[in-house]
Design a protein around this ligand. Structure first.
Ligand code: NAP
Length: 294
């Protein structure tokens, strides 16, 4: 199949690699052109514009945020404005706002294309290992066309409805729950530590019993060993996502008091520790607030 892939960051580079490895004709575009080199070496073609990358059957985008997606879709050389180039299906895998998913659905319908939202769960190492979870929503026929492609980089594929926005809501709910789990882990581990309990022992008890979920195991280890750099999911992206949750919550009139707490901790993390740390570095703020290391 002829596939376009736009956005070759930590996630996109790995996902596009699986599509190339599966033998598809992949044309890539990235704002910083040099990031295409490893994929071009493996057989991908490099496009000069997003529109050129969208000349095939399906075009994927895996970009940082709403602004980046708006740029590659709606700019003069974007995949919707340059109508002669438009792929039949645009699959957006980035974590973006529900409002932008709605706008993209309308824009593609107006230009004769189809929009599919397919945000993913899993960090860059899961993307490299082909073990992402894809949450996909869009018209059935389009999802059928995408599914074999998803299988090249995902171990779980969920189809959650016809309206693309539904997948984005699920992704935002998931990231809010991960952030809340990190906050609760950080608070419990700090309490344990300040009370003379070995944090590793606490983690072992909890993740071997009631909290035997991947999220507690993965982030418990990161917090225990303070492995906040290099970031698997950088704190600025975490703040972006909590702001998207806030916009969705306001639009649906849903009060989410925990959201305020984790967002403040993310802001404090960025202010004190910079942009390069993982979002789980909120644990440093929780620990500092207890007077640890004073
Ligand atoms: P990343 O490594 O920072 O890559 C971001 C990509 O967006 C790069 O290709 C970047 O281009 C491009 N970009 C940023 N601003 C742009 C703009 N204004 N115009 C055009 N391109 C622009 O991020 P990532 O970790 O791959 O994440 C990508 C998406 O996946 C995000 O929505 C994130 O929330 C989501 N996600 C991430 C994870 C994770 O653990 N990392 C997990 C699930 C979902 P340059 O190379 O030129 O900077």
């Amino acid at each position: 199949m002829k596939i376009g892939f736009i956005g070759l960051g930590n996630m996109g580079g790995a996902i596009a690699g699986h599509l190339v490895a599966a033998g598809h004709e992949v044309t890539v575009w990235n704002r910083s052109a040099d990031k295409a080199a490893p994929l071009v070496e493996r057989g991908a073609r490099q496009a000069a514009t997003p529109a050129e990358a969208a000349e095939g059957d399906i075009v994927f985008t895996m970009l940082a945020n709403d602004q980046a997606v708006e740029r590659v879709v709606f700019a003069e050389d974007g995949i919707v404005r340059a109508k002669t180039h438009v792929s039949k299906i645009h699959v957006s895998m980035s974590t973006i706002s529900v409002a932008l998913a709605e706008r993209l659905t309308e824009a593609h319908a107006a230009s004769g294309g189809t929009f599919v939202a397919a945000p993913v769960f899993g960090r860059p190492f899961a993307a490299q290992a082909g073990k992402l979870a894809v949450v996909a929503a869009g018209p059935n026929e389009a999802l059928d066309a995408c599914e074999p492609l998803f299988k090249t980089f995902a171990q779980h594929i969920f189809r959650v409805g016809d309206a693309p926005r539904l997948a984005n809501v699920i992704k935002l709910c998931g990231n809010f729950m991960i952030m809340s789990a990190i906050e609760s882990l950080a608070e419990a581990m700090t309490l344990a530590d300040r009370s003379g309990v070995d944090k590793a022992a606490l983690l072992n008890v909890l993740t071997s019993t009631l909290f035997a979920a991947p999220i507690f195991k993965t982030y418990g280890e990161i917090i225990l060993h303070e492995e906040f750099e290099p970031a698997g999911f950088a704190a600025p992206l975490g703040l972006k996502d909590m702001n998207l949750v806030d916009a969705a919550a306001q639009s649906a009139r849903v009060p989410m008091p925990f959201l305020g707490v984790v967002r403040e901790h993310l802001l404090a993390t960025l202010a004190r520790h910079g942009d390069a740390v993982d979002w789980s570095a909120i644990a440093k703020i929780v620990s500092d607030n207890s007077g640890a290391g004073r």
